[in-house]
Design a protein around this ligand. Structure first.
Ligand SMILES: [Zn+2]
Length: 188
């Protein structure tokens, strides 16, 4: 049977993540309202997938919102959290709902977007991975790991190599250290 109504406990945990990491809530920064009736509940998260904005290097969450809702025709932003290089964290799709960030494998996976372009390519402007950016990611992973039975952490391309270089070589270069620090495994 599908779970239809999120429990009070889940709402409490969702808020705990927001408060611990001083995350800017979806309804505060967003221009559009998610189609909540169409979102699917998910909760038993065991993996975290890390993404970057890619070659457009988008750093404004509103651009991601427009990209996902207007261009892809999705019901909401696909990622659960979006982290800006300045350290701001934006709530994307509420954690009680299944994300849309790893093709046909979203169940049980939390999606985190590192805003910017972390591929090293000579033909476009790449971003540097700043200490502030990385430390906010670590704080968020730490909170999520304390609340969910997370076992795996990986870059998007490690979950599904086809079609994507996401999250770029710069972010991939820190992935092993992140896994070591948080005692997590790579996606198999
Ligand atoms: Zn990705």
């Amino acid at each position: 049977m599908n779970e239809v109504i999120p429990s009070a406990d889940r709402i409490k945990i969702q808020e705990m993540i927001i408060n611990t990491n001083q995350i800017i809530r979806r309804h505060i920064w967003g221009n559009q309202t998610p189609k909540y009736q169409k979102l699917v509940l998910d909760w038993h998260y065991t993996a975290i997938g890390i993404h970057h904005s890619g070659n457009r290097g988008m750093k404004n969450p509103v651009e991601i919102e427009a990209f996902h809702i207007n261009e892809h025709q999705w019901d909401d932003v696909g990622y659960h959290y979006l982290i800006h290089p300045d350290g701001s964290i934006y709530e994307g799709r509420e954690i009680m709902y299944k994300g849309a960030h790893i093709s046909r494998q979203n169940t049980g996976k939390i999606g985190i977007l590192m805003l910017g372009d972390y591929d090293e390519q000579w033909w476009d402007n790449d971003d540097e991975l700043t200490g502030e950016h990385l430390s906010k990611l670590k704080c968020l992973i730490s909170t999520l790991k304390s609340l969910f039975p997370i076992k795996k952490l990986g870059g998007h391309r490690e979950f599904i190599a086809r079609d994507t270089g996401c999250p770029g070589n710069l972010l991939m270069s820190v992935m092993d250290n992140l896994r070591k620090e948080f005692k997590l495994n790579a996606p198999s």
